[in-house]
Design a protein. Structure first.
Length: 211
């Protein structure tokens, strides 16, 4: 096989789902395809999250001699602290009328979260360009946060391009001069899953802020 294809298959393998046992876990962070009798699935593995999502089903019924796979979301890092979301809301309010960004990161060794403010290359009331920070060894991006100043929270086409290749939660806070509006989605290698609402403990903490 061509050496390039060998490298690609090693970094992004395809695995046949067994019929009589669980598929062997991944040996480390990465992605792979699961070929199952009920379709083709993408598995994403990170220390903080594991996702399985169906990429597609078969066009016609044919006896595929493999086991079935199921979609799942396993949030290994636990609940994201509301105090860090509040910390970002305060940062967003202080930056008004301009946009600002930060990452909530998780340390796989200590199990602790922290917020990393993003160094702005250019920002204003309607845009934000920033430099991706260099995280400490063992840390992982969990929530990518940015604000919309006085405007409402939503995901733009620019956000779609920026989030295309990431595995993370994306959070937008809008109307930052008061209790903010919120847009939240899970980004998984080009798949965007907009959440119906933010976690209750985030909403309660944000509502309790004194503006």
């Amino acid at each position: 096989m061509n050496p390039v294809d060998n490298v690609l298959q090693g970094s992004f393998p395809s695995v046949m789902v067994p019929t009589r046992e669980l598929v062997a876990p991944m040996s480390g962070p990465g992605e792979r395809l699961l070929i199952a009798s009920n379709g083709v699935f993408l598995e994403i593995d990170r220390p903080w999250i594991r996702l399985v999502r169906r990429l597609g089903s078969f066009d016609w019924h044919t006896p595929v001699p493999y086991g079935q796979a199921q979609e799942l979301t396993e949030l290994r890092c636990g609940a994201i602290p509301a105090v860090l979301v509040v910390e970002f809301a305060r940062l967003a309010r202080a930056a008004l009328p301009n946009e600002v960004g930060a990452w909530i990161v998780w340390d796989a060794v200590t199990g602790r979260f922290r917020m990393e403010r993003l160094a702005s290359l250019s920002h204003g009331p309607g845009h934000l360009h920033y430099e991706r920070p260099q995280l400490r060894e063992g840390e992982w991006l969990v929530v990518d946060c940015h604000s919309h100043g006085h405007g409402r929270a939503y995901f733009s086409s620019t956000d779609d391009r920026d989030d295309l290749h990431d595995v993370k939660l994306a959070l937008v806070l809008g109307n930052c001069d008061r209790t903010p509006s919120i847009a939240l989605r899970l980004c998984a290698k080009g798949r965007f899953e907009v959440q119906a609402g933010a976690p209750a403990h985030w909403l309660s903490a944000l509502a309790g802020e004194v503006v």
